[in-house]
Design a protein around this ligand. Structure first.
Ligand code: COI
Length: 326
């Protein structure tokens, strides 16, 4: 069985070696993303392993199928970069990966605390030996209401983490979960929007969740609200975020993901011209923390992402299905 893995970082290579021998397959790792231009390289492979930069459109899927590929597995949890419906139509098998939600959940709490305690400004000051306190007075989590939108695995884990801080937790999801009810109160989206001091997003990016946070929602939020996004950039309308910060409606923003990050995050762009003006503008505010889509990035998660993708191709070929099949 032959697998070709795209967008492979150096830190993933040892795991591809490990699972190549465990699943007795032959794996070729390449650092670049699969695109229309380099598609012919997949000829002769049974399965393709990708990350988030490969955009698997209907056209790409048709070509994969023509070239004899049987399955395409993303090493990510989110799969908004794959046209799943078309893949089903042409019987190209698709799977995603999973990894423990704890890494992203811990990171989310870190961003909340950094925002509450003005850590970005404190760090800036420290760098120039300014040890003043003026303007750095924070707020304590146990006095606040935190809203968690999306109570899948990561949202649930964020809620459990937060329960240790003694804050009031409100949750919103189309599907309610009994474990969440132990720590949080489910409510409707409008109530989360209007009554929370901190709002954190943990939903997948779907047509229905695109720009979930827009101008109208921000207008209806509490003054000084803290918004956190470790899910997908396109859940928040970047123009409305900028306006919310400029009008001082938003007290702080902590974004591990941002609309238009594709082609920028996970690359060394030091010598390049960054084309996303809005992203560059937003980054310079003292109350905006932005990181490079790295909340997932832990040793445990990386190994699991690689393992899942190799296992999924193996199971698709040997058993016709796999645990993470979509
Ligand atoms: C995911 O697993 O969905 C992530 O966001 C991780 C990233 C490598 C795209």
């Amino acid at each position: 069985m032959k697998i070709i893995a795209f967008e492979v970082r150096d830190d993933e290579k040892e795991y591809f070696k490990k699972y190549e021998s465990q699943y007795q397959c032959e794996i070729t790792c390449v650092p670049y993303a699969l695109t229309q231009d380099n598609l012919s390289i997949v000829n002769g492979y049974d399965g393709v392993s990708i990350l988030g930069r490969c955009c698997i459109t209907a056209d790409v899927e048709d070509r994969l199928k023509e070239l004899g590929v049987k399955c395409c597995v993303t090493r990510t949890v989110g799969y908004n970069h794959i046209d799943v419906n078309h893949a089903h139509e042409i019987d190209l098998k698709i799977a995603n990966s999973n990894y423990p939600p704890t890494g992203v959940a811990d990171y989310t709490v870190m961003l909340i605390l950094m925002s509450l305690r003005h850590y970005k400004q404190a760090m800036w000051r420290g760098n120039v030996n300014d040890y003043s306190l003026n303007g750095l007075q924070g707020r304590e989590l146990h006095e606040l209401t935190v809203g968690v939108i999306g109570t899948g695995k990561i949202g649930q884990c964020v809620i459990k983490n937060l329960s240790g801080f003694g804050c009031k937790i409100l949750a919103y999801d189309m599907y309610q979960n009994d474990i969440v009810k132990k720590y949080a109160e489910y409510t409707d989206l409008d109530t989360i929007i209007s009554s929370c001091d901190v709002i954190s997003l943990h939903t997948p990016l779907l047509e229905s969740t695109y720009h979930l946070i827009d101008k109208e929602k921000i207008t209806n939020m509490k003054d000084g609200v803290i918004l956190v996004n470790c899910a997908r950039g396109e859940l928040m309308d970047i123009d409305s975020l900028i306006e919310g910060i400029e009008l001082k409606k938003i007290g702080a923003l902590a974004l591990d993901v941002i609309e238009g990050e594709d082609g920028i995050y996970h690359e060394d762009k030091r010598s390049d011209i960054i084309s996303n003006q809005k992203m560059a503008y937003l980054r310079q505010f003292p109350n905006v923390i932005m990181t490079q889509h790295m909340a997932f990035y832990t040793d445990i998660a990386v190994e699991s992402m690689v393992k899942c993708s190799v296992e999924a191709v193996h199971d698709f070929i040997k058993k016709g299905t796999c645990e993470t099949s979509i």
